[in-house]
Design a protein around this ligand. Structure first.
Ligand SMILES: CC(C)(COP(=O)(O)OP(=O)(O)OC[C@H]1O[C@@H](n2cnc3c(N)ncnc32)[C@H](O)[C@@H]1OP(=O)(O)O)[C@@H](O)C(=O)NCCC(=O)NCCS
Length: 148
């Protein structure tokens, strides 16, 4: 059994380390800044941590309300799954499934009728997970940049 809890303070157990595991290229300060930003706008951002039976944090989902156009959707706003991570030794126990259900419930409470997400073209496990949990693929895109 896993317990799911919304993050409501920057020191909530697991939030920072699980974020660091998911996005290892960001500095600790960048993570702390983003956590602060999210806590300052609770109507826009939602975050859940999953704890195991020993109260160890094992999974994280972060999501936001997006009012700008989100590829493949036809409603606004949509709840957008910004990131999801489960500790390797706790995978395939429906932790991600539970976290996403909590995000979906929050999105419905905000009036959304669609939830969107994205993942890397090479992240096949994430793609399998999305499909298994009710998402349908909409678009594949290539990002560009040019120096000015
Ligand atoms: C993607 C991730 C969050 C899935 O977490 P999880 O808790 O293991 O997922 P669940 O147990 O809820 O899996 C739900 C379903 O997704 C599918 N699935 C999950 N992992 C899978 C895998 N390795 N291979 C194939 N299908 C998989 C299965 O259908 C699974 O149901 P089942 O176990 O009953 O067969 C986890 O693998 C992870 O943290 N990966 C690294 C971070 C990442 O890539 N995040 C996504 C991009 S932001």
């Amino acid at each position: 059994m896993f317990r799911i809890q919304r993050c409501q303070c920057s020191e909530q157990a697991g939030w920072l380390p699980l974020r660091q595991a998911l996005w290892p290229h960001a500095s600790e300060q960048e993570h702390r800044d983003e956590i602060g930003q999210q806590l300052s706008e609770p109507q826009r951002y939602i975050n859940f941590v999953a704890y195991d039976s020993r109260e160890q944090p094992v999974g994280l989902a972060e999501a936001s309300l997006r009012h700008d156009y989100v590829n493949g959707t036809d409603n606004s706003p949509v709840v957008f799954l910004e990131g999801i991570y489960v500790a390797p030794e706790q995978r395939r126990q429906s932790v991600a499934a539970q976290l996403i259900e909590f995000v979906a419930r929050w999105g419905r409470e905000q009036g959304c009728v669609q939830m969107a997400s994205d993942t890397g073209l090479d992240n096949l496990v994430s793609q399998e997970t999305h499909i298994a949990l009710g998402f349908e693929e909409t678009e594949r895109v290539v990002f560009f940049k040019r120096q000015l």
